[in-house]
Design a protein. Structure first.
Length: 264
C-alpha cells in the first residue's frame, strides 16, 4: 500500500461514556466534536464498507502485499489500540491451542449452540441477519498450527465447497491479537472501531481477515492470553490475515435498520 495515503486522517471518534441506570447494557454514546473532510485513503476505506467480508477458514500460501501489516497496525493505533503480530512459533502454537480449547468447550455449551443456530440460517433463507451458508467452508480447513472456526453448519453439510477435491496446502495466515492497555467500556468501543478500520484496510490491500473470539469468551483463557501472549495488555480478538482466492458472500442490513437519530 502506498505510504503517502497514510499521512493525514481525521481525528478518531472519542466515545462519551455515561452510566445510565435505566440502560444497563449501554456501553457508550459516540459523538463528534469536530468534522474533517475525508482524505483519499479515508474515501478508499469507505468504498469497501459494502464489499469487505470476514473470512472463515484457511488462506492461500501467497504472501501478503507489501506494507499490509504495517498499514493494519497503523490503523489499529489510530483508534488507541494495538495489533500485536504473533510471529514466534511457540507463541503462535500456544495461541492456536487456546482457540482449540475454547472451541472444544463452547461446543458443549447448549445455550451457546442454540444461539449459534439462531444466527446460521439454512441455504436460501431470506434472513438479513446472521451468518449465511455462503460465508463459510462446507469442510473444516485445518492449518498448521490449527485455528478451528465455529461449526456454523452444525452437521448439515452447508457451506462453500472446496475449490478442488485435492487437499492442497492451506495456510493459517499471519496471526495477531487486538489489544488495549485497559479494559474499560471506552476501550471496548476503541477495540470495535479499530477492528472496523483493520477489516477495511485489509480489504483495500486485497487481503482477508479471519476472526476468533472463542478464547476471549472464557475468562481463564483470556487471562492466559493476557499474561502469556500480550505482555499484560487486554486481548479483545484473535485475528489471522492472509490471501484467499474464493470470495465468500455475506449479508448486510440497511443502515436505516441500525441507525437512528438521538435526542428529541
Amino acid at each position: 500500500m502506498p505510504r503517502q495515503h497514510e499521512r493525514r486522517h481525521p481525528q478518531p471518534v472519542r466515545p462519551d461514556i455515561k452510566a445510565e441506570p435505566g440502560q444497563p447494557t449501554l456501553v457508550a454514546r459516540v459523538s463528534w466534536r469536530e468534522r474533517a473532510a475525508p482524505d483519499e485513503f479515508e474515501r478508499r476505506l469507505s468504498s469497501h464498507l459494502l464489499t469487505r467480508r470476514t473470512h472463515r477458514g484457511a488462506f492461500d500460501p501467497e504472501p501478503l502485499p507489501p506494507d499490509t501489516l504495517a498499514a493494519l497496525r497503523t490503523g489499529a493505533a489510530k483508534e488507541g489500540t494495538m495489533l500485536r503480530i504473533v510471529a514466534d512459533d511457540g507463541h503462535r502454537a500456544a495461541l492456536a491451542a487456546a482457540v482449540q480449547a475454547a472451541e472444544h468447550q463452547l461446543r458443549r455449551d447448549g445455550e451457546r449452540l442454540r444461539e449459534l443456530a439462531r444466527w446460521t440460517p439454512a441455504p436460501g433463507s431470506a434472513s438479513r441477519d446472521g451468518v449465511p451458508a455462503t460465508s463459510y467452508p462446507a469442510r473444516p480447513e485445518h492449518t498448521q498450527p490449527d485455528f478451528p472456526g465455529r461449526d456454523f453448519a452444525r452437521g448439515h453439510g452447508w457451506g462453500l465447497p472446496p475449490l478442488s477435491p485435492a487437499r492442497s496446502y492451506r495456510a493459517a495466515g499471519v496471526a495477531g491479537l487486538l489489544t488495549t492497555a485497559a479494559d474499560r467500556p471506552a476501550d471496548w468501543v476503541h477495540a470495535g472501531q479499530a477492528l472496523q478500520r483493520i477489516l477495511l484496510t485489509a480489504s483495500a490491500c486485497g487481503a482477508a481477515v479471519a476472526l476468533h473470539s472463542q478464547p476471549l469468551e472464557l475468562p481463564w483463557l483470556r487471562e492466559f492470553i493476557r499474561t502469556q501472549l500480550s505482555d499484560g495488555a487486554h486481548p479483545h480478538l484473535v485475528l489471522r490475515v492472509g490471501m484467499v482466492t474464493q470470495v465468500a458472500v455475506s449479508v448486510r442490513r440497511d443502515p436505516g435498520d441500525v441507525l437512528f437519530p438521538a435526542g428529541p
